[in-house]
Design a protein around this ligand. Structure first.
Ligand code: AMP
Length: 394
């Protein structure tokens, strides 16, 4: 049977067509610039890539076009093969502790937490509604970035702020990238050949956005992103954790609004802000190799933040079996992995320089005999979305 895994943004719609339960990727694609003059559609299948320049006034037309393309390109014989559509939804607030089959009440609940993710939840809802109208009667499933972290204990998710902020405005740590942390921790347990409930795993999802997660017995007990994806370790353009008093201080010094200073923390900080060169790890390593001190500092600052979180999570879980690198940088940047690993000797682990040269493969990169295993496990959020969809439509 075919399941679609969909990630709808405000002007884009990414999708994968997966054959389940074998989890084979049949096709993938993206509609971009929806609602703009020059919208387009790219479709990959059978090692081919086709692009179409096509106006998509809304997500509805984009979905109709992509479904038609699946038939026209003979990727599917009939749309009847599609038994479910799984949607990435960024924020589930406290309402969703797991993925859920979509109905009107679920849509209202997603809308209800839109003020916690104003750029994402309304777009995710548009994606759901576009598929509802194009494939009536086919079940839709919402898979939340926040759901996996709903197992965090209260002392992990509460901030030490006035309690009424939590009661009145839902201010607490939610965490993100939950689908990735769940996939990677489950896969790591399989690779360790241990029951998930007996594992203590730290997942390092390091991409342009980055978050870390302490997964104890298959449950998230703490994570580095917070109320928003700005918190935690430094990222491509985001600062990660800073003293919040800096915000008012800069606003006063530069006679600017709080919003514009926070925009700097989101868009002009992290790798980009410290290096003053780029938000891309490849550019920073290239500059650092040529002796650029700020590029080196930007990478080193992130590595320190990662190692500091790892230290905290080892204590929070009272142990760790494996520390796992994933996402764009985690999967592809041996230099970054080595820089982090070199701060972890106290844990009795040492990176194997040769094994670490891998990119995008499942592999143990610590030396044989290391007490704590260092691993690379490529993430696959789409497979997790398809798995949850299959589980909930059966
Ligand atoms: P993501 O957001 O997960 O797509 O990750 C994007 C980040 O991954 C960017 O900083 C890229 O520089 C980094 N990245 C992707 N491929 C490589 C590579 N081959 N070597 C180093 N970094 C990479």
């Amino acid at each position: 049977m075919i399941i679609l895994a969909v990630n709808a943004g405000s002007s884009s719609l990414k999708f994968q067509v997966l054959k389940m339960p074998d989890e084979t990727l049949v096709a993938s694609g993206v509609c971009e610039r929806i609602g703009l003059d020059d919208s387009n559609f790219a479709l990959k299948f059978d090692g081919e890539k086709k692009t179409f320049d096509q106006p998509f006034p809304t997500h509805k037309e984009a979905v109709e076009f992509l479904l038609k393309a699946l038939i026209d390109e003979q990727i599917l014989e009939s749309l009847d093969a599609i038994k479910g559509v799984g949607h990435r939804v960024v924020h589930g607030g406290e309402a969703f502790k797991d993925s859920v089959k979509v109905d009107d009440a679920v849509k209202r609940a997603i809308d209800d937490v839109s003020d916690l993710a104003p750029l994402h939840n309304p777009a995710n809802l548009m994606g759901i509604e576009a598929f509802e109208s194009a494939l009536p009667g086919i079940p839709q499933v919402a898979v939340f970035d926040t759901a996996f972290h709903q197992t965090m204990p209260k002392e992990a998710y509460m901030y030490a702020t006035p309690y009424e902020w939590y009661e009145n405005y839902r201010v607490r740590k939610y965490g993100f990238h939950g689908t990735s942390h769940k996939y990677v921790s489950e896969r790591t347990a399989e690779l360790l050949d241990k029951p998930l409930k007996d594992t203590k795993i730290i997942v390092l999802h390091i991409g342009n956005g980055a978050s870390l997660c302490a997964v104890d017995g298959g449950e998230s007990i703490d994570t580095s992103m917070g109320f928003t994806p700005l918190a935690g370790i430094s990222m491509g353009t985001r600062s990660g954790d800073v003293d919040p008093a800096i915000i008012e201080y800069i606003a006063m010094k530069e006679n600017r609004s709080i919003q514009s200073v926070i925009a700097d923390l989101n868009k002009r900080s992290g790798y980009l802000g410290v290096s003053e060169i780029s938000s891309d790890s490849r550019d920073l390593w290239a500059a650092s190799d040529k002796g650029d001190k700020k590029a080196h500092l930007a990478i080193l600052k992130q590595a320190k933040m990662i190692a500091d979180y790892i230290g905290a999570y080892v204590l929070a879980m009272n142990g760790v079996d494996a520390i796992v690198f994933t996402a764009g940088i985690g999967e592809n940047a041996p230099e970054t992995r080595a820089m982090v690993a070199n701060r972890l000797h106290y844990l009795g682990t040492e990176i194997d320089g040769k094994k670490n040269q891998v990119r995008g493969e499942e592999v143990v990169i610590s030396k044989t005999g290391s007490a704590v295993k260092l691993m690379v496990v490529p993430t696959n959020e789409e497979v997790m979305i398809a798995r949850d969809t299959l589980r909930l439509i059966d």
